[in-house]
Design a protein around this ligand. Structure first.
Ligand code: HEC
Ligand code: HEC
Length: 384
């Protein structure tokens, strides 16, 4: 039998007493972090929910090569499951009470995925076991072990993600989230997780269910309960145009990196005169003192308990790359952008060939200087 209580019964009785106070008293007082009230840990979820599912158009639109074709995949897995009606709407033969059924919503013109209470319960139980210590039982990023972590754990009610390698204007699909959690975020307390795909998928469903309800009129919903959001998959990185000329890519990438002013957040890797030359402007000469340093961003959209999370953009000659060091992985991160941190999705904003060139350049910076202290110091001296 499952052990459903995390706390001994005696403590539970005390807890119930402690919780029988007014709302004001139980509200978290952030100035008293260590006195956060204990939780009435509930591991069973009694009601199922519906979460936004990928659109049937995804993957069929040639302009949009991020999204996997959910319906193509499901149809291949389960032949005869879907039929397409005259208006191009897919109808799922699975009953609406069945886990994983995809339901068309006429009013909002979107598909919802049916999630049963059983699935949410399984996801929550594993979440409490593996993730809640940092991300908190409620998913607000203020777990007991997460309190002092920098960067702080993600608040899942925001539905905002940095490193899914998905166009940052869209929500990551399950495969993108699965890959992220399995791989972890190097250089942060978010480790890689070796949990079976099946259980991880349930944890992810639960995490998605923590995003706030709302629609485009209601402020702030960025998650899976807003019918106006869109879901996309990991950016395709199979078409590296520079395989025959990596040297050319690095050279062009250096110019583009400075031309697109990535140094407004990341370091510039050139002194003022050379930055001007790379940008093709003449003698502007007015760069801030921290031109060649990363600039702490205090204006990100990430919050934990209403505290704004400051984010340090990486210096590629110094910091770990969160989601992989290969040119292709760096390309995906740049193309996707970092949602909520002012780093826009570059896919579509600049030609793909340029984004690849920038990725080569960033890769080369890390490859040449990261861990080579003497060489890095000499390079920094030459530009500072
Ligand atoms: C030891 C603390 C810790 C644990 C345990 C932990 N995380 Fe995290 N997690 C973090 C931190 C810290 C971040 C934020 C990293 C950053 O902002 O760069 C994070 C970020 C994330 C993100 C957001 C990634 C993005 O691109 O924005 C997801 C999703 C996530 N964690 C899922 C999980 C899941 C699922 C589990 C349990 C299987 C888990 N985490 C367990 C600390 C933890
Ligand atoms: C408005 C600020 C801003 C601008 C402009 C910006 N970035 Fe970023 N970038 C960030 C932030 C913030 C992060 C995430 C830092 C974190 O949370 O770890 C980031 C992360 C990255 C990463 C992630 C590396 C990893 O950890 O995997 C790469 C690569 C990157 N940026 C490249 C670029 C390039 C190339 C440009 C210009 C085309 C650019 N950025 C422009 C703010 C910015």
């Amino acid at each position: 039998m499952l052990n459903l209580l995390l706390i001994p019964l005696g403590a539970a009785a005390l807890l119930t007493a402690a919780l029988a106070t007014t709302d004001d008293e139980t509200a978290v007082d952030v100035s008293k972090r260590h006195e956060r009230p204990p939780h009435d840990v509930q591991l069973i979820i009694h009601e199922g929910t519906r979460l936004l599912a990928a659109d049937a158009d995804d993957g069929h639109d040639e302009e949009d090569d991020y999204a996997p074709a959910l319906f193509a995949r499901l149809s291949a897995e389960f032949p005869n499951r879907f039929t397409e009606d005259d208006e191009g709407i897919f109808r799922d033969a699975w009953p609406e009470t069945r886990d994983g059924a995809i339901v068309w919503d006429d009013e909002n013109e979107c598909y919802w995925e049916v999630v049963t209470a059983d699935r949410l319960t399984r996801g929550r139980q594993d979440y409490v076991q593996f993730c809640a210590s940092c991300h908190a039982l409620e998913g607000d990023g203020f777990g007991r072990s997460g309190v002092a972590l920098r960067p702080p754990p993600r608040d899942f009610s925001q539905g905002l993600f940095k490193f899914t390698k998905v166009n940052s204007e869209k929500l990551p699909d399950d495969a993108a989230l699965l890959a992220l959690v399995k791989g972890g975020l190097l250089g942060t307390p978010m480790n890689e997780w070796d949990i079976s795909d099946e259980r991880l998928a349930e944890i992810i469903t639960y995490v998605k269910s923590l995003s706030l309800p709302g629609d485009e009129d209601a402020d702030g919903s960025t998650g899976w309960r807003d019918p106006y959001n869109q879901i996309a998959g990991v950016i395709d990185a199979s078409d590296d145009p520079w395989t025959d000329d990596p040297g050319g890519a690095i050279e062009q990438g250096e110019g583009l990196y400075h031309k697109y002013q990535c140094y407004t957040c990341h370091p510039a890797y050139a002194d003022a005169a050379r930055t001007d030359a790379l940008r093709g402007v003449e003698g502007s000469g007015t760069y801030p003192d921290d031109h060649t340093y990363p600039k702490l961003r205090k204006d990100s959209s990430y919050t934990v308990l209403d505290y704004n999370v400051a984010i340090l953009p990486p210096d590629f000659t110094w910091h770990d790359m969160r989601r992989g060091n290969t040119v292709a992985e760096i390309y995906q991160t740049i193309a996707g952008g970092v949602a909520g941190a002012g780093m826009p999705t570059w896919k579509g904003a600049a030609p793909d060939e340029e984004l690849w060139a920038i990725a080569y350049y960033v890769y080369d910076l890390a490859e040449t200087y990261k861990g080579n202290d003497a060489q890095r110091a000499a390079f920094m001296r030459s530009i500072r």
